[in-house]
Design a protein around this ligand. Structure first.
Ligand SMILES: Nc1ncnc2c1ncn2[C@@H]1O[C@H](COP(=O)(O)OP(=O)(O)OP(=O)(O)O)[C@@H](O)[C@H]1O
Length: 289
């Protein structure tokens, strides 16, 4: 019997199409795999499906067709060190796929056929007794506010443009409070913090080149100041220039606490409100790369 793989598909993700799904299933069968399709019907399904698969199989291969939010859901249903994940990017930003330098669906299918995988580290957030894992980044402050303010209808219509609209609304009602970020013997008072488990952010923008999915630990970027500083930061990222050091304090840490009461985003989806603690979990899951 051909080896089984589970294909968790989010039909609501940014660039999903029935044609892509059919192409992927046919390619997987051609590779000699037996794909079992699990189509999500709600935002809770990715984690539920992953938990069920890990309860039933010792070393499952789970392929995720969707974006970073669906991958985050799957990550949160996994048992540590058990599964191998494959990414079939059909989301809006597809940051994990970009981080793994996956260029297209066809490229992703080629990598699954070659079956080379490596363990990656992930992050775990703890907030008011709730734990949630993340693959890419946790943002507290302005980017949490921007993600919270994204309207679904605008995202469907404009894709990434919906984040720009939300950012304009955030700039219009600027909030001046501070956060206290503590980790690796440092304590920084700032306006926002982005704790990076991966180097890229929001697409192909290289925010934290020192952060490495394949090594434990985070790169912590503490941002000070008002809207002008965030605009400068966005322009530098857009122009592929290094992040400015004058108002961004950057350090490496494997555990970070954030005190303050600002909105939090995890892997591009809204989570809730700080305070919180973030920990790096080394070698949590293998990923096809
Ligand atoms: N069937 C579904 N109905 C509604 N929401 C879903 C469904 N399946 C998954 N979701 C949730 O939708 C959110 C967005 O999905 P996903 O990340 O796949 O697409 P995206 O937002 O277009 O891509 P990216 O995150 O890469 O920008 C995730 O939080 C995911 O858990």
């Amino acid at each position: 019997m051909p080896p089984r793989c589970h294909v968790i598909v989010n039909p609501t993700s940014g660039s999903f199409s029935k044609a892509s799904l059919d192409l992927a299933l046919a390619a997987l069968r051609e590779t000699g795999l037996d794909p079992l399709l699990l189509e999500t019907a709600s935002a809770e399904d990715p984690a539920r499906f992953a938990a069920r698969i890990c309860a039933e199989e010792a070393a499952p291969l789970i392929l995720v067709m969707g974006g970073d939010g669906t991958l985050n859901g799957v990550l949160n249903g996994l048992r540590p060190g058990v599964a191998t994940l494959g990414v079939l990017p059909l989301g809006t930003a597809n940051v994990l796929a970009r981080e793994l330098k996956i260029r297209s669906l066809e490229d992703a299918l080629g990598r699954i056929a070659r079956a080379v995988s490596r363990p990656i580290s992930v992050g775990e957030l703890e907030c008011a007794g709730v734990r949630r894992r993340f693959l890419l980044m946790a943002g507290v402050g302005v980017d949490g506010q921007v993600v919270r303010g994204v309207r679904l209808a605008e995202k469907r219509l404009l894709g990434k443009g919906a984040y720009l609209l939300s950012a304009l609304r955030v700039a219009g009602g600027w909030e001046r409070g501070t956060l206290q970020v503590t980790g690796a013997g440092r304590s920084v008072v700032c306006h926002s913090v982005i704790v990076c488990n991966a180097a890229r952010y929001g697409g192909d923008f290289l925010l934290a080149p020192e952060a490495d999915l394949f090594s434990p630990g985070f790169q912590v970027l503490c941002i000070e100041g008002g809207p002008l500083n965030y605009l400068k930061l966005a322009l530098k990222l857009g122009l592929k220039r290094p992040v400015p050091g004058r108002f961004v304090t950057s350090f490496a840490a494997s555990e970070v606490t954030v005190a303050g009461d600002k909105p939090v985003q995890l892997d591009g989806d809204y989570f809730g409100v700080a305070p919180l603690t973030l920990r790096s979990l080394g070698g949590f899951v293998r990923v096809i790369c």
